[in-house]
Design a protein around this ligand. Structure first.
Ligand code: NAD
Length: 400
């Protein structure tokens, strides 16, 4: 038992605290959206790597609460301690597991480094352990800052331009003013390291691990998430180090697909889904991207086409990869959930707003308040119905 009063301690693009009740309420809200999402059919076992926040959390919730799947997740979170709350992802997973148990469903999270062979083995053991079984759906939603190799080598993921420095608009989160970000071009080593962390190698490692253990069910599907984004963020995102990693991930998809078909039959498949930009811990850390998102959200809300994480994932399952549904893919074989964000009707207005963006025009052209609300909510703050002055139990079990 450890009762604590938890207030937000937001520092730039991270929060040092997370509120268990706020995170729990967010999870319940996502489940309600999933339940309204008219998802048809059922799924046996789902494995989600990167399941505790963002796109992975919404995906894991959709498999369990939308399709009744036995859902196993992997995340890298900090447990609560005597004097500190746990991370948001810890509380998200804890609430999902608690609710699943209450409803007679199975939702378990393994907390460990997804790159580590020991974590992969723990997953294999859990899948073989009787509660789960071979995987029908594998979702890879990892957003990691670094990767540790078996020999102790550390690769870091950097967010830098390639070839030339980036000098462009950004937003100073502390002073809340528009500034110019100057970021030097990445070295070859930084590019390679970023690809090592966020490219397709570990996705394939996971698939090979599952295949060797005989844990891919007949007709199993695998999906990994990517992002492209518009021209305004391209120098730092798609043409930058992270873009190289995403290219690598996308280029891995044909090999992933072949592996799936070899081990799980001709109807098995692997795809990359290109999702829209949403407020998550990972996207908040990318220079200029929070500012771009606040402009894009303004335009998309005005046009009635805005979606958050869970709405994107409901659409992914409902229209593209739910049981029995064949996805429509682009000329590179990718699922495109970013179609609404990338529509000319949105991007022409975004580009115009971006060009005219200043401290004076910001309140009109950008939804910065909305961005901040979404960001605080990631950590369980600013959530309706939560009493932030009351002590709350921070010691919550990851798995009920
Ligand atoms: P996020 O930060 O919300 O989630 C990352 C997840 O990865 C968390 O569950 C975290 O615990 C887990 N994780 C990080 N390092 C780990 C490790 N070493 N071992 C195990 N788990 C680890 O991120 P997100 O924005 O939801 O990103 C998920 C994926 O979606 C990424 O591939 C990202 O590029 C992609 N994507 C994101 C956006 C966006 O705008 N946020 C858009 C399109 C695609």
């Amino acid at each position: 038992m450890s009762l604590q009063v938890i207030q937000p301690r937001i520092r730039g693009f991270i929060s040092l605290t997370a509120h268990p009740d706020g995170c729990a309420a967010n999870v319940r809200e996502q489940i309600e959206t999933i339940e309204r999402g008219d998802l048809q059919g059922s799924l046996g076992t789902a494995l989600v790597v990167g399941s505790t926040t963002g796109y992975g959390l919404a995906s894991a919730l959709a498999t369990c609460f939308g399709y009744g799947a036995k859902t196993l997740g992997v995340g890298f979170e900090k447990a609560p301690s005597e004097d500190k709350p746990g991370t948001a992802g810890w509380y998200n997973a804890a609430e999902a597991s608690r609710l699943a148990k209450e409803r007679g469903l199975t939702y378990r999270t393994i907390n460990g480094d997804a790159f580590d062979a020991a974590t992969k083995q723990e997953v294999v053991d859990a899948l073989k352990g009787g509660d789960f079984g071979p995987v029908d759906l594998f979702i890879y939603s990892l957003a990691a800052p670094r990767r540790k190799g078996a020999d102790g080598t550390i690769w870091n993921s950097t967010l830098k331009p390639i070839g030339q420095p980036y000098d462009g608009k950004a937003f100073d989160l502390r002073s809340e003013t528009i500034t110019t970000a100057s970021i030097e071009a990445a070295t070859d080593e930084e590019i390679e390291s970023t690809v090592k962390v966020m490219g397709g190698e570990d996705w394939m490692d996971w698939l090979q691990t599952l295949a060797s253990a005989g844990l891919l069910a007949e007709g199993a599907r695998a999906i990994a998430y990517s992002y492209i984004g518009p021209e305004v963020s391209a120098p730092i995102y798609r043409r930058g180090t992270i873009g190289k990693a995403k290219e690598h991930l996308e280029e891995t998809a044909p090999a992933a697909d072949a592996l799936m078909k070899q081990h799980a039959g001709p109807s098995a498949a692997a795809w990359v889904s290109v999702n829209k930009s949403v407020v998550t811990q990972a996207s908040a850390a990318i220079p200029a991207v929070p500012l771009y998102m606040s402009v894009a959200f303004r335009v998309m809300k005005d046009q009635g086409v805005h979606e958050g994480v869970v709405e994107q994932i409901v659409r992914l399952f409902h229209d593209q990869v739910g049981p029995g549904i064949e996805p429509r893919v682009d000329e590179h074989g990718r699922i495109r959930l970013d179609d609404r964000e990338m529509a000319d009707s949105v991007q022409v207005v975004v580009a115009e707003s971006w060009a005219n963006l200043s401290d004076e025009t910001m309140p009109l052209l950008a939804d910065w308040e909305g961005y901040k609300e979404d960001f605080a909510k990631l950590f369980g703050f600013g959530v309706d119905g939560v009493n932030y002055d009351a002590p709350t139990e921070v010691d919550r079990p990851l798995n009920a």
